[in-house]
Design a protein around this ligand. Structure first.
Ligand code: NI
Length: 292
């Protein structure tokens, strides 16, 4: 055995290599069907209390207010695979729901994630997109362009009927023929790099598409200068860098103190999202990546 090779916990060396080369990996086993079913019941019970829709104010970082989602974010199978990609010291930067029903108009235009997050785009940042129900081509699973994670490109905003916060879309031509569709069984997940071109189409199927996207970053990642101080949750290892405030884990659902902290954290998220756009434009200009 080569002693320089880090011992992998969940993935094979070939899978780690594929993620590095192509910017994505799918499918990867995560929760399993039974645990995914439990999360689905939570989602649908919350929706039932809010007129049949997951509440908008809880779209982001809901793992800070529901214990079942806290368990997903800390799930050993997910974290073992994430550790194989990011190393042992891991922060959960955010989580977000992507829920689609048949013909609800919801789609996601081709975009890169990190330019909108106010964190260093040069870093290895991974999204674990956990399928709570099956994700198929028919119900609008995520699609990616292999190898597109190598450079930051300009984005335009305001694409109509888009599930993204700012309706953003890459301002370059995308060859749809190269798209890989990441179909998942309930309880499986895909990984995609923070600069990966990705998107999804509207659902044409009765099967609900419920996805929980968890953003993991190594503790060394730096926020961009000049933005409000952001908060994260340490989910594995040690944070020797302290670039972010740390968020506590919930011990019961919707504890008032957690709800208040969650509101603050998501307000800051939106503020950073807004300010990061200008920084992003500067970075693209600085890197010489002219919009097509
Ligand atoms: Ni995205």
């Amino acid at each position: 055995m080569d002693q320089n090779v880090t011992r992998l916990k969940a993935l094979t060396a070939a899978q780690v290599g594929q993620y590095r080369e192509q910017g994505f990996l799918s499918p990867v086993n995560a929760l399993g069907a039974a645990e995914a079913g439990e999360v689905r019941r939570l989602v649908e019970s919350v929706e039932a209390k809010h007129g049949g829709k997951w509440p908008r104010a809880q779209s982001l970082k809901s793992h800070l207010i529901y214990t079942a989602l806290d368990r997903v974010v800390h799930h050993p199978k997910i974290l073992d695979a994430v550790e194989d990609i990011l190393g042992p010291d891991i922060l959960c930067w955010s989580s977000r729901w992507f829920i689609k029903d048949r013909n609800d108009g919801g789609f996601v235009s081709w975009h890169q994630d990190v330019p909108y997050w106010g964190i260093d785009v040069g870093e290895n940042i991974v999204t674990a997109w956990v399928a709570i129900t099956p994700a198929t081509r028919a119900n609008g699973c995520m699609k990616v362009i292999p190898g597109s994670h190598r450079k930051l490109v300009a984005h335009r905003e305001g694409v109509s009927n888009n599930l993204l916060l700012r309706g953003q879309e890459v301002a370059v031509k995308v060859d749809e023929a190269q798209a890989v569709y990441m179909e998942l069984a309930a309880g499986q997940m895909s990984f995609h790099h923070g600069l990966m071109f990705h998107g999804s189409e509207e659902s044409r199927d009765d099967e609900r598409r419920i996805g929980f996207a968890i953003r993991y970053i190594p503790t060394r990642v730096k926020p961009i200068d000049g933005l409000p101080r952001d908060s994260v949750q340490l989910v594995r290892g040690v944070d020797r860098h302290q670039h972010f405030d740390h968020e506590p884990r919930p011990v019961r659902d919707l504890d008032p103190a957690d709800v208040a902290r969650h509101k603050l954290a998501t307000d800051i998220y939106h503020e950073i999202n807004r300010l990061a756009v200008a920084k992003h434009l500067e970075m693209v200009a600085g890197a010489g990546h002219a919009p097509a």
